[in-house]
Write a protein that binds this ligand. Structure first.
Ligand SMILES: [Zn+2]
Length: 105
């Protein structure tokens, strides 16, 4: 086992999920061809991942959100933040006005 094997083991997840870059895939394929140690590791790894997938259904939760609802919520939040900002501005102005009036008395 060498540092190259460590890299292969680190990348086993993305390789298995098929999310690795093309060059990474090619690199792993090439390494697995001539390294029995990593081949065995990957065999066990993919077996483990496959079992996990079967048991948990799907690892990636399906997106079931409603874009319209989210857009509505974001707009509402923005409106609320604007109101809070406005209220803050008004109260700051009143405090300053009060302080000025107090100073002139
Ligand atoms: Zn190896």
């Amino acid at each position: 086992m060498n540092s190259e094997c460590d890299i292969i083991m680190d990348l086993a997840g993305v390789y298995f999920d098929k999310t690795a870059a093309y060059e990474t895939n090619a690199y792993i394929n090439e390494h697995l061809k001539h390294c029995e140690n990593c081949r065995n590791f990957y065999k066990q790894f993919s077996q483990y991942k496959s079992d996990k997938k079967i048991n948990s259904g799907c690892e990636i939760p399906k997106w079931e959100g409603n874009y319209d609802e989210i857009a509505y919520r974001l707009k509402r939040r923005k409106r609320i933040m604007n109101l809070i900002g406005l209220a803050y501005g008004i109260s700051m102005l009143s405090i300053v006005a009060w302080a000025i009036r107090k100073a002139n008395q």
